[in-house]
Design a protein around this ligand. Structure first.
Ligand SMILES: CC(=O)[C@@H](O)[C@H](O)COP(=O)(O)O
Ligand SMILES: NCC(=O)COP(=O)(O)O
Length: 261
């Protein structure tokens, strides 16, 4: 990924998370639909990167998926993982472009909150260092919380990915004031993280309806979006869903740039 795409500016990268292609595949235990084929389609439709979350319980993405994605796609792979020795070994074996460290609870349906960097500092610091020493960019998936941002910088992370789940849930619930308050929190956290020298990403739960508010935040340089896109793909195809999301992101960024000009 060129460095010109890491600073504040017009371009906002789209990482497509293909976890839930594997969810459908695993429903029958076969090899169709193939997440790697989805990654190629997403890249052809405008995805700048591919995100895949190898969960400890392997409920969707498998070890074989990660191995294939590591060699078969021509886009940066963002490997989402829990902070465990097993995942550290897998990351060091495949050396993806980036690792995004996310919290995991076996019984959760999806990621429920951000990583507690402050509480997990002792475990996270050596993991971050080991991944960075292997040439892997390290991202921490955290709430829009300035104290967590500061802790992320302190332990040497390159990137923070702001959890947009609460914002999306509030939007889904029709809580306009709550949604706007959370978006303001995300906006402030992004500016704060950028001020610390961290690269700022965002993701979780984003849809066609909620993406523009986050895409308009100039300090955010990458959005990771998956579940909604795979759902939309059932109705309109993955190519169309990715192209529409890309267009909404670009329109929001153009409007923000024009307003800030
Ligand atoms: C960290 C995050 O928000 C997602 O990328 C994560 O992959 C969600 O977990 P599932 O994909 O299992 O829903
Ligand atoms: N880190 C967020 C991600 O990769 C995709 O999250 P979602 O769009 O599947 O909720």
């Amino acid at each position: 990924m060129s460095s010109s795409r890491t600073g504040i500016g017009r371009y906002l990268r789209l990482g497509v998370n293909i976890d839930h292609v594997a969810t459908i595949r695993n429903a029958r235990g076969g090899r169709h639909p193939d997440p790697v084929r989805a990654a190629h389609l997403a890249a052809d439709a405008g995805a700048d990167g591919i995100t895949a979350h190898l969960r400890e319980d392997r409920r969707h993405i498998s070890d074989e998926d990660i191995a294939r994605l590591s060699v078969e796609i021509d886009r940066p792979l963002n490997f989402e993982m829990a902070a465990t020795d097993e995942m550290r070994a897998i990351a060091l074996r495949h050396r993806p472009h980036a690792c995004c460290i996310v919290p995991e609870r076996r019984e959760e349906r999806t990621t429920e909150g951000g990583l507690d960097v402050i509480g997990g500092r002792r475990t996270l610091r050596p993991l971050v260092q080991a991944l960075r020493d292997a040439g892997i960019r390290v991202s921490l998936f955290i709430e829009p919380d300035t104290s967590q941002m500061r802790a992320a910088q302190d332990i040497g992370a390159d990137v923070v990915e702001i959890h947009t789940g609460r914002y999306c849930d509030l939007a889904l619930a029709g809580d306009g004031p709550g949604r706007e308050a959370e978006l303001a929190r995300i906006r402030e956290a992004a500016a704060f993280a950028h001020g610390l020298g961290l690269e700022v990403h965002a993701g979780h739960g984003l849809t066609f309806e909620t993406v523009s508010g986050v895409a308009a935040i100039p300090e955010i340089v990458e959005l990771n979006i998956g579940h909604f896109l795979i759902g939309e793909a059932i109705f309109s195809g993955l190519d169309s869903a990715v192209r529409r999301m890309r267009a909404l992101m670009d329109a929001a960024r153009r409007a923000q740039h024009a307003a800030g000009a």
